[in-house]
Design a protein around this ligand. Structure first.
Ligand code: FNR
Length: 336
């Protein structure tokens, strides 16, 4: 089997709209070992066609009906990227996995999303209450794909119920399990149940990836403290990385402006959509959006306008000209 080992790793968590290619590459540059994509819904993936983009050096999965890019990846992340799928159906999940398994390192099934869209569709956290379905999806994938399969869950109120579920899921042959230490009802302000992750770890033999620690992770050494608190093999970070992806740097975090510059260069290099780029930068700026510069940023509509605020207008123009000449900008990614 090809693919990754989940022991002792630092991982960029799956985040809708945030975990697109520029952010994943940035996380890898800063020191993440594994990067998860945003959750991608199975039926959306099944409407795509695979295209190699020679100009950008990417592999694109493009929606056949409207030309939008559902998933863009590249060689640099091939052995590190895990695609998270939102699904409630083993056959659909398998079809997606077969479509992408040669281009990625792992497949993850989202079993933690508490949003109504997921729950109504029997996806995300709905699978926690349907262990037979969850096991069917995982077993089907484990048996039929070449790369490791994992899932990401939330916990129940009760430790024993949670351990029982994890044992069921682990019995399918998954390579690891990511555990967000909050229940489906709990929000980010609730404390993460690190003790529950520890109890899980003591009861299963596969790597447990601790998640939910962003509130206690403000600097690099906090990551190890969180890992130890949870007795876990690996740590997966979402919100702290969303705010400043350089949390993965052992040598310490970079200034936010420098992180934004690094991010924007990747956004330009990989022709990321202005919408998605703006969303990600907004999540980095947070309350700084209220400053005069932040307000100017909010008015930006093009990549070049955004870049200009961080003195990268020329960098952006040059790349875009180059891509224009090669004729790719007509195929720009349009994010949701
Ligand atoms: C998320 N989270 C999430 N989880 C998941 O399994 N699939 C997803 O697509 C998303 N999307 C997403 C978007 C954004 C903007 C945020 C902030 C979070 C949840 C995330 O992966 C993680 O489980 C929680 O944020 C808890 O970890 P932290 O933030 O404490 O490190």
């Amino acid at each position: 089997m090809r693919g990754i080992n989940y022991d002792n790793k630092l991982i960029l968590a799956p985040m809708v709209r945030v975990g697109t290619l520029p952010m994943r590459l940035l996380a890898l540059d800063y020191g993440a070992d594994i990067v998860y994509t945003e959750e991608l819904i199975d039926w959306k993936f099944l409407k795509t066609v695979r295209r190699e983009n020679d100009i950008l050096g990417t592999v694109d999965f493009i929606d056949k009906s409207d030309g939008t890019i559902v998933f863009r990846t590249c060689n640099r992340e091939k052995d590190k990227v895990v695609v998270q799928i939102g699904t409630c159906d083993a056959n659909r999940a398998l079809k997606v996995a077969k479509l992408i398994e040669d281009d990625i390192a792992g497949i993850d099934i989202n079993m933690g999303c508490p949003k109504e869209f997921s729950l109504k569709g029997g996806m995300g956290a709905a699978l926690l209450r349907d262990p037979e379905k969850a096991k069917e999806i995982l077993t089907t994938l484990v048996k039929n794909v070449k790369i490791p399969v994992t899932c990401k869950i939330r916990v129940f109120e009760n430790v024993d119920d949670t351990i029982w579920l994890v044992k069921q899921l682990a019995s399918t042959g998954i390579a690891a399990i990511a555990v967000h230490g909050r229940t489906k009802q709990e929000r980010p302000q609730h404390p993460n149940r690190n003790y529950m992750i520890k109890a899980i770890r003591e009861n299963v033999n596969i790597p447990v990836i601790a998640n939910g620690g962003s509130r206690q992770i403000e600097k690099y050494s906090d990551i190890e403290a969180f890992r130890q608190d949870c007795g876990a093999s690996s740590v997966m970070i979402a919100r702290t990385a969303q705010g400043n992806c350089s949390i993965f740097r052992p040598e310490g975090m970079k200034e936010l402006d420098d992180v934004i510059v690094d991010y924007l260069k990747y956004a330009v290099d990989y022709d990321n959509s202005p919408n998605n780029t703006k969303y990600c930068v907004q999540n980095m700026l947070k309350e700084l959006q209220e400053t005069p510069r932040g307000k100017k940023f909010l008015e930006c509509q093009t990549l070049e306008q955004i870049c200009a605020i961080w003195n990268l207008a020329q960098y952006c123009r040059k790349k875009q000209l180059e891509y224009n000449e090669k004729g790719i900008l007509g195929r720009r990614q349009i994010s949701p």
